[in-house]
Design a binder for this molecule. Sequence first.
Ligand code: ZN
Length: 338
Amino acid sequence: MTAWTTDISHGEMLRDGYDQTLTIDPANLQFLYQGVSPSAHGLDYAKLPWQLGLIRRVTAGSSGLPVPAGSGVPKPSGAPGGLRVLNWAGFKAALSYTYDDALPSQIADYPQLQATGVRMTFFLIGSSDGNSPTWAQAARDGFELGNHTEHHCYADGTGCASYAGSIEAEYDLCTAHIEQTYGVSNVWTTASPYGDTGYDAVAATRFFLNRGVQGGQVAPNDNSDPFNLPCYAASAGETASSFNSAIDSAHAAGNWLIFLSTRSEATTATLPSTSRTCWIASIMPSPRVTFGLTAWSMSAHTGLAKKPCRAPRAYNPEVTPSSRGLCPDTSLLGNTSA
Ligand SMILES: [Zn+2]
C-alpha cells in the first residue's frame, strides 16, 4: 500500500467539545492532519494542494480486514525518511511579538492588539499583573500567557520588593497564578527578568524556551540558545520604519525575529507593513504539537496565525506614567518606561 502523503504539515487531536478543557474521548481517538501528495513537491508553498486526512481508532475486525496480531509483530522494514520539515511553517520568515511586565498600557490597548488578528505573547509578572480579566480574555483569544516570574527579581533575588526564596519558586508561583487565575494550562515559555542569564539553567527544567533581551535573530537550525533567545527590543521614539527595517532584514535572511516591548503602543507600530507574507505567532504557538519537533524549524504547528503582513498602525506615543516603570530592564533597553 502506498502512502497518500509523506509530507505532513500539521495535525491535531480532535476534541470532544470546544471549551478550554480540550477534552478527548480515549475510546474515540481521532487525529486530523493535513498532508500533500508527493507529486506536489517543488510547488510554491501557497499553491500546495493540501488535503485532510483522519486517523481513527477502529474496533478490531469491524473493517472486515483481518485482526492484526497483538504482539510479536516485527518492526516495519525500510529506511526511515520521507518527511520534509518546512521552516517557519513554509513561510520565508517568522515574527513573534512579546510584551513584558503586564503593564497597564497592554491591558488598555488589548482591543487594539486583538484586532490585528496576530497572536502575541504576554510575559506576566505573577504578583503585579493586576489580576486583570483581560489576560484571561487574551488566552481565550489565542494569545500566549508566559511566565515572567512571580516578583521580577534578579536571579540572585535582588532588585524586587519581595522574593519567593528561589528561582524555582519564582517560576512555579507565577505559573500557578496564571493557571489558576486565567484558566490556562499551558504556561510553556518564560522571559528572564532583566534578561538575567542566571535564570537560564532553571528555565530549562520547566519551560520550552526562554527569551532573553540581547539583540539578534534566530535562523533555522542555528546554534541559538533556546534558553536565552535573542530579540529586538523596542526603544523609545522608534517608529514603524525602524521596526519594518528589522522585519525586512529577518525576511531577507529567512530568520525568526522576536520583538520585545513593554509598552504596547510601541510594538503596535511594529506590525509589518510590507506585502510580504510572514509567519506571525506567539513565541510558543502550539506547545502540544511543537514538543518533539526541531524547535527552530517550528514547522508543524497548528493554531497558527498564518497571516499576510499588515499595514502599520499609526505610532501613538503617549506620556508614560512612572507607575509603568515596573521593570528596570526597560531603561536598560532604552525603552520608554521610566
Ligand atoms: Zn521585565
